[in-house]
Structure formats: structure tokens, C-alpha cells
Design a protein around this ligand. Structure first.
Ligand code: FAD
Ligand code: SF4
Length: 519
């Protein structure tokens, strides 16, 4: 049995091919360790494609560097030596190889950060935690930037990031004369539109699927064909997705980034979040390639598309990461509206008459994917209007999406979508009636419910639930929201509705809330 001086441990979302650990020649004294453990696969009920995607990408990463001469100990989920727990596995490996130094990269989840601080505290050998060399900000950047301010708003942070990394600048002025093209990025899909098919791979994951079934891992969602897992699982594939996006989709990314349709799944979105969150792709390389592509193809790709895309990664993604570290752990317990209802069952099977929800949930179960506006203005909007407990909301989002890792999931869910922290980053709750959904999609056309109807005043029970629930939400929480300047217009509208009409709307909302499971 060989001995090793140093053990370098990597978590499943630390597949940074460009990390300095791997840019030097392999060192015979170093053993790299990766493991598939049940505690990680089951701490929340994940989508099947998420579990497969993680394991497949981890295995590819290990193979890539093994071929370059780096020595790995990789514990598969069904390895007979696997104790299904990080600490127990690591203890066994340290003893077996007479390891003298333990090294790992900073975990990105609070839960794992605490877990490994604890582990390292108890270790009798030397230990070091290093930077994952992925993010463009430090954990506490927002705190330093905003000082004692209670609310952190994206825009000023984003401008600073543009300047810091010299992105989309003309000297120190924003390229195109504006920092933000958000207002031009709100188009609905036209009746006829050609969207290039998404870049899909035919990764054969049969073996991983069989292992998951044999090990009886709990999961949600489905995978159509184990012989063609479509998400990128290697750096080469991830770079292909990026390249394909730049050439085929970026030209309309901004235009249609908020648009939704029953016939369209990915639209002009990049589908890069999985590769980014596992660190297979580097955020700066994605941003710089988008910028370079625009400069080289000024005739087909304009600034408003590229700015819209870069804002998501240089702005929102980095902002959320720092927000998470500044606000945790109290943040995970916030429940500003004191919501307590259970998640409706149809979130697990898409069995609802509401066409918008049915469509977004079905796509999520089929593809482990929904784009930002579907997550925010359809599922998230409904859950907030329905008063579902933010813990239940978090568990659903954390499980169902292939890109869901707590630092980026909980910040989007609790702060942005559910306003559970009372407005730490969003100036007002993202709620809407059917109006918005009808404006941005074709969902309402084929829906059992009528988007214009606020309550049922005839034999048909088909008033759109979003309408009465929206006004009910505003009425119920007026003490908490009425002084919010950005809400004054909607309260003016509500206050102008006569008392009899208001009572009918609120009565309808109560009926729907009492009957949530059957909507
Ligand atoms: P694109 O639309 O092509 O955007 C490009 C990239 O920008 C994304 O890949 C992503 O890395 C980044 N990005 C875009 N919006 C955000 C955002 N709000 N926060 C952080 N990064 C962003 N994103 C996750 O990565 N993981 C999550 O668990 C997650 N949960 C969400 C939950 C809710 C309730 C909401 C409203 C949003 C959530 N998002 C999450 C953000 C966003 O929906 C996804 O990043 C995006 O849909 C991923 O698809 P894409 O790669 O095609 O993104
Ligand atoms: Fe959704 Fe209401 Fe439109 Fe139906 S009518 S699709 S429930 S917004």
C-alpha cells in the first residue's frame, strides 16, 4: 500500500478545471479525493437529472485529470468501502494512506462550511482551506460595499463590477450610453419565431441511473433517455454550449429573456447555469467571450442583448453569492409575511388546471429546468400569493432544478421571489395578477381559467386564481406594505375598487385558498 503526504479533497460542485491545483505538474505525494455519498444525495429530494448530472460530471473530471497523471481516489456511491458520509470516508482514507496534510477548497454552502470547519478542528494533522478560484467577489464584498445600509441593491454593485473587470466600457463610461438595457428586454414571443434547437449531448448515463435505482436513492422528476443525457458534463461540452449560445442565441437573449410560451422550453436562454455552478466554466471567461463575440459581430449582436446576459452573471450571480454569505444563517429562517401553508401537491406532479403552472412544473419535472421568469413570476408568484411557508418553497426549488445549490437557490427564492426577508434586495415583492402572465406568455389562451375574471359570479368556476389571490395578498399585508413607495400605485387601484366588489374578490380568494390542492 502506498503512502501519500497530502490529501486534496474536492466537493461535487468544485470541478474547476483551471484551478491552480491542476495547472502544475502532478505531484506523486498528492492524492486527490472525490466521493459520491448518500448524505449529499438525500439531504433534500433532488431531481433525477440533478443527481445524474453531478455524478457524471464528477466522474468525467476525475478521468480527465487521471489521464494527465494526477492520482485520484474516487468513491462511487456503490463502492463497498463507501461509508456514505464525508467525515467517515475521509478518516478512513487519511489513516490508510498515512496522510500528513489535509487540503480542501472553500465550500459554497453554509451547511458544508460549518461541517468542514468542525471536521478540520478535530483533525490532528495539518489542514488548509483554499480559494476555489471561481468567483469574482469575496464572500463579504457586499458588506464592505454597502457598509451599514440595510438594503443592498444590485445596480450600484453591478456598475462597480463592470468597472473593476473593465466590461462593456468605453473608457469609464458604459458602452452604448447606458448601464442597463433592462427596459428594452421585455418582449413577448411573436406568433411565429424560429428558435434554434438547444445544444444537447447524447451522454450515456445508463450505468449511473442503474446505480441510483439499485441504491434506492429518492428522487423527483424524470429522464427521457438514459442514453442521451443532454446537459454538458465535461469542460469540452460546456464550452460547446457556450459557443453555441454565442453563435445562435445571444442575438435575441435580451429581447426575449422574460418571454414564455407553452411551446418553448429553453428559448434564447443559455442553459449554462449547471456548468457554471459546478465551476466547470469560469464566470469571467463566459463574460469575456460574450463581450468579444459582440465586438466581432457588431452587425448581428447588439449591446442590449449582451448587457442583459452579462448583467445576470457579473451582476446577479456574484451579488447573490455575497448576499448569501453576509446574511446567513439567520436569512434561512426569515418569514416576513408569516406564511404557513403547505406546498400544493400539484407542484410534484403538475396536476393542476392552471395552464401556466402546469406548463412550468411539467417542464421542470421533465428537464430540471425553468427560466428565470417562470421561476419568479409563475411558480414563485403563485406560492407567495398562496402564502406557502418559505421552508417548503425552498425545498422544492433546491430539489427540482439542475442548477440548484443553496447559495444561489435560497437567495433567489427567499429574498427575490418570496420577499421573506422583508426586502433585503428587492424593493418590492414580485407579485402579479393574471395580467402579467397573459402579457408575457400564451399560457392563458388554453387555460381552463379565464384571465380577465376576478371571481365566479356565474355557474362556471373559472375565475383565474392569480387575480383574487393577488388582491387578497395586498389586502392581507397592507400594514406591512402600504408605506412602501413602490406599492402606492397598486394600493391606489385597490382603494378605488368599491367595497362590494372588494368583498367578492376577497371571498373568492378565501375559497381558493381553502381549496388550494384542487385548483
Ligand atoms: P440564462 O437566462 O441564460 O442566464 C445566464 C446565467 O446568468 C445563468 O446561467 C446564471 O448563471 C446567471 N443568472 C441569471 N439569473 C440569475 C439570478 N437571479 N441569480 C444568479 N444567477 C443568475 N439560478 C441558479 O443558478 N440556481 C438556482 O437554484 C436558482 N434558483 C432560482 C430560484 C428562483 C425562485 C428564481 C427566481 C431564480 C433562480 N435562479 C437560480 C436564477 C435563474 O433562474 C437561473 O440561473 C437561470 O434560469 C438558469 O438558466 P440559464 O443558464 O439558461 O440562464
Ligand atoms: Fe395562469 Fe390564470 Fe392565465 Fe390560467 S388564466 S394560464 S391560471 S394566469
Amino acid at each position: 500500500m502506498s503512502t501519500k503526504k497530502t490529501l486534496r479533497f474536492l466537493l461535487g460542485d468544485q470541478l474547476n478545471y483551471k484551478h491552480s491545483w491542476f495547472t502544475k505538474k502532478p505531484d506523486a505525494d498528492v492524492l486527490y479525493v472525490m466521493m459520491e455519498v448518500k448524505t449529499e444525495s438525500e439531504y433534500v429530494c433532488h431531481h433525477l437529472q440533478k443527481i445524474i448530472g453531478f455524478f457524471a460530471a464528477m466522474r468525467q473530471f476525475k478521468e480527465h485529470f487521471e489521464q494527465k497523471g494526477f492520482e485520484f481516489l474516487y468513491l462511487r456511491l456503490d463502492d463497498k468501502n463507501n461509508k456514505q458520509d464525508f467525515k467517515q470516508n475521509l478518516d478512513w482514507i487519511i489513516k490508510k494512506y498515512k496522510i500528513e496534510n489535509f487540503e480542501m477548497l472553500e465550500p459554497d454552502e453554509y451547511r458544508l462550511d460549518l461541517y468542514f470547519k468542525d471536521y478540520i478542528n478535530d483533525l490532528v494533522i495539518d489542514a488548509r482551506v483554499l480559494d476555489s478560484e471561481h468567483f469574482l467577489t469575496q464572500r463579504n464584498d457586499l458588506q464592505e460595499f454597502f457598509g451599514k445600509k440595510e438594503k443592498y441593491l444590485l445596480e450600484s454593485f453591478y456598475r462597480r463590477m463592470r468597472k473593476k473587470y473593465n466590461i462593456l466600457l468605453d473608457k469609464d463610461k458604459p458602452l452604448g450610453g447606458k448601464w442597463n438595457f433592462d427596459l428594452t428586454n421585455r418582449k413577448k414571443y411573436p406568433k411565429k419565431i424560429d428558435i434554434p434547437a438547444h445544444k444537447a449531448f447524447a451522454n450515456d448515463v445508463t450505468e449511473i441511473l442503474q446505480m441510483i435505482e439499485k441504491q434506492k436513492l429518492d428522487y423527483i422528476g424524470r429522464l427521457a433517455d438514459a442514453k442521451s443525457f443532454e446537459y454538458p458534463i465535461t469542460r469540452k461540452q460546456a464550452l460547446h454550449v457556450l459557443d453555441y449560445f454565442l453563435k445562435n442565441l445571444l442575438q435575441h437573449f435580451g429581447d426575449y429573456q422574460d418571454a414564455m410560451s407553452e411551446k418553448i422550453i429553453f428559448g434564447f436562454h443559455s442553459r449554462l447555469s449547471f456548468a457554471l455552478n459546478l465551476k466547470i466554466l469560469d464566470p469571467l471567461e463566459v463574460i469575456e467571450k460574450a463581450q468579444e463575440y459582440m465586438h466581432a459581430h457588431a452587425d448581428s449582436v447588439d449591446i442590449s442583448q449582451v448587457e442583459g446576459f452579462i448583467r445576470q452573471i457579473l451582476g446577479w450571480r456574484e451579488f447573490m453569492r455575497s448576499f448569501y454569505w453576509v446574511k446567513m444563517p439567520q436569512f434561512a429562517k426569515t418569514n416576513f409575511f408569516d406564511n404557513h401553508r403547505q406546498l400544493p401537491k400539484f407542484f410534484w406532479d403538475a396536476n393542476t388546471k392552471m395552464n401556466c403552472l402546469k406548463n412550468c412544473i411539467e417542464n421542470s419535472l421533465d428537464n430540471a429546468y425553468a427560466h428565470h421568469i417562470q421561476r419568479l413570476m409563475v411558480t414563485g408568484n403563485f406560492l407567495l400569493l398562496a402564502g406557502v411557508h418559505p421552508d417548503e418553497v425552498d425545498l422544492w426549488y433546491l430539489g427540482i432544478y439542475i442548477d440548484a445549490i443553496e447559495w444561489v437557490e435560497i437567495t433567489n427564492t427567499r429574498a427575490m421571489s418570496q420577499w421573506a426577508d422583508g426586502g433585503g434586495l428587492a424593493t418590492k415583492p414580485y407579485v402579479s395578477s393574471a395580467n402579467y402572465i397573459n402579457k408575457m406568455s400564451d399560457y392563458c389562451k388554453n387555460c381552463f381559467y379565464k384571465f380577465q375574471k376576478k371571481y365566479n359570479d356565474d355557474a362556471q368556476e373559472d375565475a383565474c386564481p392569480f387575480n383574487s389571490l393577488y388582491w387578497n395578498f395586498l389586502d392581507e399585508h397592507k400594514d406591512k406594505l402600504k408605506n412602501n413607495m413602490r406599492m402606492s400605485m397598486v394600493y391606489n387601484v385597490w382603494n378605488k375598487i368599491d367595497a362590494v366588489e372588494q368583498a367578492k374578490i376577497l371571498k373568492q380568494a378565501k375559497l381558493y385558498l381553502d381549496n388550494l390542492q384542487n385548483l
